[in-house]
Design a protein around this ligand. Sequence first.
Ligand code: BG6
Length: 485
Amino acid sequence: MSPVPERHLLVIFGATGDLSHRKLIPALWELHKHSPARGRTVILGLARADLTDDAFRDQVREALKNEGPEHAAEISRWCRDSIYFQSTGDGSAAAFERLKARIGAIEHAEGLYGNRAFYLALPLPAFAPTVEALGHVGLHRSKGWTRLVLEKPFGHDLGSAQALNALIHRFFDEGQVFRLDHYLGKETVQNLIAFRFGNALFEPLWNRDRIERVELTVAEELGVEGRGAFYEQAGATRDLLQNHMLQVLAVATMEPPAALDGESVSNEKIKILKAITPIRPEDYVVGQYGAGELNGKKLKGYREEPGVDPNSVTDTFVAVRFGIQSWRWQGVPFYLRTGKRLPKKLSRIIVTFKSPPAAVFNPYIVCGMGGNRLEIVLQPNEGFNLSFQVKLPGDGMRLHTQEMRFRYAEAFGHLPEAYQTLLLDVMHGDHTLFVRGDEVEQAWKVCAPMLDGHRELHTYAAGTWGPPRAEQMLAEAGCCWTDPS
Ligand code: BG6
């Protein structure tokens, strides 16, 4: 049975925005419905708009409209008993004083002890003024616990990430800060820990002696979907590689942590990030999608998307190769790629093991025999495929590559959403699946050469697997991206 979180107030900045409606409210509702968190959270939504509690509760009901009529009465009860709203207006000191007073009044009425989490569901430029305003009115401390939750992007580059960390640390201790990267909350990413350290089978093979190469692909079929103005400031390197992908890679390659807690896991992840070899110009390819076609549908090029500069040089695709200079990984190449408007949504890690010495077989028959391959499918259709050689039935010794499959849905049914897991961890004060400040800065250092230097932007047709140069980069190393089909 999971522990029950202490009763607390969750204050959501940006409560009327997209993140709040699409992810936070549904996750909080799920926690209310099923978990030990039921009845433990009182929510105070904040936004500039001047809404009443009831008008905000209507928005919450709207965000949950797909829940079905059988839940309507309970949703209304939940809204009435546990959800409030306050306008932050112009964000002035006076508005934050009013916020402080309202928090005190709600805590008094609800009999809360002063445990508070502030969730900044805000765009990056609003982080610093909000943190500063919280600090100035003294909301960074209370007689219970106070936690600050921020979601990526944590800065725009190394300098801005350092400045943001420094500002946060003026008011909050690192132990109060929860930097949320939703990929770490995905069941399949958490399962990397169970898979690696809970089985005697794989960990002894998880090193340079046995592994030929590792690939990580995060492919998206969607384009920028109305987020053109935001994406123009980001691009694939900042939006996915610097955070989600480097975090997944760190979990997949780190040494066993001393314990399963935030400090121990971050101590291991940072060692990996520090050991990544410097990225040279020949080690990466950036691309941007042009017009194309997918599943019979014509697709616009990135530069024609709303909110995008017609001469934009923003990357919508990036592929990179590097090594990890450690005892375990030295000499193993890591290939990472991500892009928008690729042929399908798919995130997976592919670990290719070294080929066995196949001398016992007739060389003509085993020609082209690959090593074993482990495919960890992060999404969709989460699970693993492990490929190995079997004898083809019949005459002679002919080998065939066969796959063994595991699928979460078949074994366990529905998987919880990342936000549910991560919000519950914030309530428990568990940092295991969060990103420490030094990891953020180190990940920016890794990506800096790709952001600072002169970058040749390669165009690819929407609906294809990225620019041909990304294929060529691997061909030069004598391999290719594993066929996504
Ligand atoms: C977000 C990025 O962090 O992750 C988006 O800003 C991207 O551009 C999204 O689409 C992908 O998340 P998921 O969970 O759908 O793979």
